[in-house]
Design a protein around this ligand. Structure first.
Ligand code: ADP
Ligand code: MG
Length: 702
């Protein structure tokens, strides 16, 4: 099938171009002005925009509209209302009013609020976010006009991820502009964080998926012995894409392109049946929306191919899990990237100042940044010998680290490392110039040319929290720098001194080595860097005095909004673990133990009949197996009872925080204790009797 990419791209987006074509000039200008500079549009204008939006959507086949928002569940929410008005004489008009466009009032009480509602009101409002374009989504339930909105309580508290994100973008805009003005830049009017999230995912055959209650209820396997083959041959990474997966990818790309999502890179990832998609970077808020849409579309398109897309961070033990690399930079409306070092970073004072600010931000708020990537599934990645470690450090690469070292040691003049030649030794291949800097796979926060790559975010998680945090902590450091430098008598001298001082103070966060090594864990402890191995250890950083001060200063979160988010994280942790525990109990009781009993019975019967038929036969194999299976069975049964007991005890705990800790400290080990004998049974029991598809079936038969 031929695809005309340029014609298809963005056809389902109510873009600026569509608005320009469909709105009266005055109305269009008013809308663009509010988009760029904030403020309110009049109801008369809203009516005109709403009507144009409805007409456009109806032409696309839309029957309904929805306010599309991102509550604290971490996924998106939508409630569809049709464009119908009350029929008269069997006829109806289709309508979308300005009021319907601008505001909605979903019942807030069914969304997590972390206690914000208990002390206030149950009402929640969605309000049109004009910075993100409306779009139509083609689904089996119809074509729906989606209007991106924020979601706030009656008192204006953020009940969503979008509101603080927009607030954080304003903070970085204001503070970065102050810095740019200090360097004599009078042109730039707006500074926007730019984000490109690389998304990893697994695909699994739908029929097999439906046979696994753990995949259905929790998105990951809670049991499963390793398959004979894993990822050890490295033959999957960048390997040729199999036909069925390729058909999925082609279909997915088309859906994303229609939605204006610039999906650009696709490849097989390290683990069997693991893949990656990366879009071209866009402004931060759009990237957050588009990543949500990407995840949703992946799931929807997979079903069409009789596949299921697993976004869980660790669907299978023993092979790599999935994450998201959140590529982040700061750009001006005049096309300058503040993170671009240029050819001579040693002489680029503005870049060095921005770099010093980022070092300061990340070092000072390492715990908070770690917390921003704390979703429950990520427990299995961070600190578990894969993906980034749980310790926040920054990789700068040889070139920049060399520059920082010279600055810290007050070198007279700052030199660059020479870029070497890369000579492959093959005469017919041209010799190319290589960067002075190699890459580092193990760093959670790596400088990659003109952006930082925050690699901790979980594959299923929203990227909103990571970007709110990055924007906020960097805005704070930029603000501090501007406060100092705006009063300096000799700007260059003051700036050079500030860069020196901050690089000296925060260089401990720079680490170029192997982040997986035990030496790094010890070294990081010596340097005083936090090593937060679990979500439950990271959440307290959301509500420290330092965090509250940061967010309140820039109007991003109030203290109560932060407390609410901490509460929700603990609650979600406990709930997810409860579902996992219950699923294990279910599978052990209903699937595994009965299967093992069937097998032992069959073995016993076979032993009796063989010895009857042939009294002297050697039955040591059958008897040995029977003994081994029976002993695993007994172990599994005891572990099952123990898990039930523990969960009943833990669920009686009143405080959410305590309950989350108890799940972490007591229930997780009990779950492991149940898994071990069951996984051993899988290797012993006849495949015909084994009740569920195995790792080999799931990972290698896609
Ligand atoms: P890498 O190979 O370094 O991971 P890629 O070119 O594959 O880099 O880019 C990875 C992601 O980073 C893509 O989504 C890309 O659009 C994004 N990206 C590239 N440049 C920037 C930038 N300046 N700011 C933010 N994201 C960027
Ligand atoms: Mg990358």
């Amino acid at each position: 099938m031929r695809v005309n990419l340029s014609e298809m791209f963005g056809t389902n987006v109510f873009s600026l171009e569509v608005m320009r074509q469909r709105l009266p000039k005055k109305v269009y200008n008013e809308v663009v002005d509010v988009m760029n500079h904030g403020g309110n549009i009049s109801m008369a204008t809203a009516d005109i925009v709403a009507n144009a939006m409805k007409d456009w959507a109806v032409e696309k086949g839309a029957t309904h509209y929805t306010h599309w928002f991102q509550p604290l569940t971490g996924v998106t929410a939508e409630k569809h209302d049709s464009f119908l008005t009350a029929p008269q004489d069997s006829k109806t008009l289709l309508q979308l009013t300005g009021k319907q466009l601008i505001m909605g009032e979903p019942d807030a009480s069914s969304f997590p609020s972390g206690g914000l509602r208990d002390t206030h009101y149950a009402r929640g409002y969605t309000a049109w976010d004009m910075t993100s374009p409306a779009f139509v989504k083609e689904m089996s339930c119809g074509t729906i006009l989606c209007i991106p909105t924020i979601f706030v309580s009656y008192n204006g508290e953020a009940l969503d991820k979008k509101t603080p994100l927009l607030r954080s973008m304003e903070a970085i805009n204001t503070q970065a502009l102050r810095i740019l003005r200090l360097f004599g830049n009078t042109q730039a009017q707006k500074v926007t964080p730019q984000v490109g999230p690389e998304q990893e995912y697994f695909l699994v055959d739908r029929e097999k998926y439906l046979k696994r209650r753990d995949l259905i209820y929790t998105g990951r396997t809670l049991f499963g012995a390793p398959a004979p083959k894993g990822q050890e041959l490295d033959d999957q990474y960048f390997g040729v894409i199999r036909e069925r997966v390729g058909a999925f990818m082609a279909d997915l790309n088309e859906e994303l392109w229609k939605l204006g999502i610039p999906a650009t890179t696709q490849h097989n990832e390290v683990a069997p049946s693991q893949h990656e998609l990366a879009p071209i970077y866009t402004p931060c808020n759009l990237a957050v929306d588009q990543n949500q849409l990407t995840m949703e579309t992946m799931k929807r398109v997979a079903t069409r191919h009789n596949l299921v897309c697993l976004l869980h961070e660790k669907p299978y033990a023993g092979v790599n899990g999935s994450g998201k690399h959140n590529n982040w930079s700061i750009g001006t409306d005049t096309g300058e990237n503040l993170l671009d070092p240029g050819d001579t970073p040693n002489e680029n004072l503005q870049f060095l100042l921005v770099l010093a600010c980022i070092l300061r931000a990340v070092d000072r708020h390492a715990g908070l940044l770690r917390c921003s990537a704390s979703c429950v599934g990520n427990e299995h990645r961070l600190g578990a010998q894969e993906a980034p470690p749980a310790i926040i450090s920054i990789f700068l690469g040889d070139q920049l680290e060399h520059v920082v070292e010279q600055i810290v040691s007050n070198a007279d003049s700052i030199q660059l490392l020479a870029a070497g030649k890369l000579d492959s030794g093959v005469a017919s291949v041209p010799v190319i110039m290589k960067d002075a800097t190699d890459r580092n796979r193990t760093s959670p926060f790596a400088f990659t040319g003109n952006k930082f790559e925050f690699r901790m975010v979980g594959s299923s998680d929203t990227i909103a929290d990571a970007n709110i945090t990055l924007n906020a902590i960097v805005a704070q450091a930029l603000c501090e720098a501007a406060d100092i430098l705006e009063h300096a008598e000799d700007f260059n001298a003051a700036c050079t001194k500030l860069i020196h001082d901050w690089m000296t103070e925060h260089r401990r966060v720079i680490f170029n080595g192997n982040g997986y090594s035990d030496e790094w864990v010890a070294e990081a402890a010596r340097r005083g860097l936090p090593n937060l191995r679990s979500l439950v250890d990271a959440v307290p950083y959301l509500v420290t005095d330092q965090t509250v001060e940061l967010y309140e200063t820039f109007g991003i979160y109030t203290k109560s909004e932060l407390e609410a988010r901490a509460e929700i994280r603990y609650e979600t942790y406990a709930k997810v673990l409860r579902i996992e525990g219950k699923t294990m109990i279910h599978m052990a009781s209903k699937h595994y133990i009965p299967a093992a009993i069937t097998y032992t019975t069959r073995l016993g019967e076979s032993i009796s009949s063989v010895s009857a038929a042939c009294p002297g036969a050697d039955l040591s194999v059958q008897k040995g197996l029977l003994e081994r299976v029976s002993s695993c069975l007994a172990e599994a049964s005891a572990a099952l009872e123990q898990l039930k007991l523990l969960m009943a005890r833990v669920d009686a705990i009143e405080e959410m925080e305590d309950m989350a800790h108890a799940y972490h400290d007591a229930v997780v080990p009990a779950m492991t204790a149940l898994r071990i004998p069951v996984d051993e049974l899988e290797l012993l029991v006849d495949k015909d009797i084994w009740p569920v598809p195995t790792y080999g079936d799931l990972m290698f038969e896609v």
